[in-house]
Design a protein around this ligand. Structure first.
Ligand code: R5P
Length: 290
């Protein structure tokens, strides 16, 4: 049985048809003081899948309450699907006095969970923070599939750190790949060194894991349009689209902006349900020591 959190209603429906499992009837409301109330109305099976993001903050508490409600209702095996794992950027203490947010969240999530699945976490080191199995499948195959008929000539990563994702996508699309030189000055300020790329009259796909403020993607597109790219598509796993992100990206000359449904929005044209289902099907738990 699938228990849909309020961040992931559409993805839960897609997952339910991929896995041929029922969706639980769940009541999720807020008290006048904004505290969260959840109640499971369906009879809960012993094996459940809860789907809920850890972003924004209020979804985190909702996730913990759903997990607890499922345990209290008799679930013996809880798979927690966190399509977008918020707080993954803070995977270490960059400065004295900071928390290790990604690890703290992992400790809390696993209290009422037996298996966790999350798509393209910002830092793969996440798996060292869990004592229970964590699966981290990539959205790249479904993103590449979406672009198969767009005749993409080159796939670009907005920075060198994201090159592997561009390379994986390019291999599936049979195109070339490269990266741009991004430097982040602050949370919402990025600069891009000018780099000459072979993009004139070409169809380009810029792929990133997250689009947050849209600054990175807008700069990349601007850069490519300046170099006379024919079409510039923008794709990401997690489209948070904070503030004016979409406006900025469109104004830069984006041909089409696409994200998956890890974070649901009007740009979620690709579902990761098949990615999650495949990951679940191929998962075989390690036998417990006698
Ligand atoms: C950074 O390492 C990430 O991969 C993204 O490039 C970044 O999160 C995008 O942020 P924004 O949309 O705010 O530029």
């Amino acid at each position: 049985m699938i228990i849909p959190g309020s961040s992931s209603a559409a993805l839960s429906r897609h997952l339910s048809s991929e896995l041929n499992r029922d969706i639980a009837s769940v009541e999720i409301t807020r008290f006048p003081d904004d505290e969260c109330y959840v109640r499971l109305h369906s009879e809960i099976t012993s094996d459940v899948i809860i789907v809920q993001n850890t972003h924004p903050d209020k979804n985190i508490i909702e996730l913990f309450l759903l997990q607890n409600a499922a345990r209290e209702a008799g679930a013996r095996h809880i798979t927690t699907v966190i399509p977008y794992y918020g707080y993954c950027r803070q995977d270490k203490k960059f400065k004295q006095g900071e928390p290790i947010s990604a690890r703290k969240l992992a400790q809390l999530i696993q209290q009422d969970s037996d298996l966790v699945i999350t798509i393209d976490p910002h830092k793969p080191v996440l798996d060292t923070f869990f004592d229970i199995p964590l699966l981290m499948p990539s959205a790249v195959p479904v993103i590449a599939q979406f672009f198969t008929d767009k005749h993409i000539d080159i796939v670009l990563a907005p920075d060198k750190g994201a090159l592997q994702r561009a390379q994986d996508t390019a291999e599936l699309l049979n195109s070339s790949y490269d990266y741009l030189d991004k430097k982040r000055l602050s949370g919402d300020t990025v600069i891009m060194e000018s780099k000459t790329l072979d993009v004139k009259d070409k169809n380009v796909l810029v792929i990133d894991d997250i689009i947050s403020t849209g600054g990175t993607m807008a700069l990349a597109i601007h850069n490519l349009k300046k170099q006379k790219a024919k079409a510039v598509y923008a794709a990401c796993s997690h489209g948070l689209f904070i503030g004016q992100a979409v406006t900025k990206i469109k104004a830069a000359g984006c041909t089409q902006l696409i994200s998956t449904d890890t974070f649901e929005s009007s740009h979620s044209h690709i579902s990761v349900a098949s990615v999650i289902a495949k990951s679940l099907h191929s998962y075989s738990p390690k036998p417990k020591p006698i």
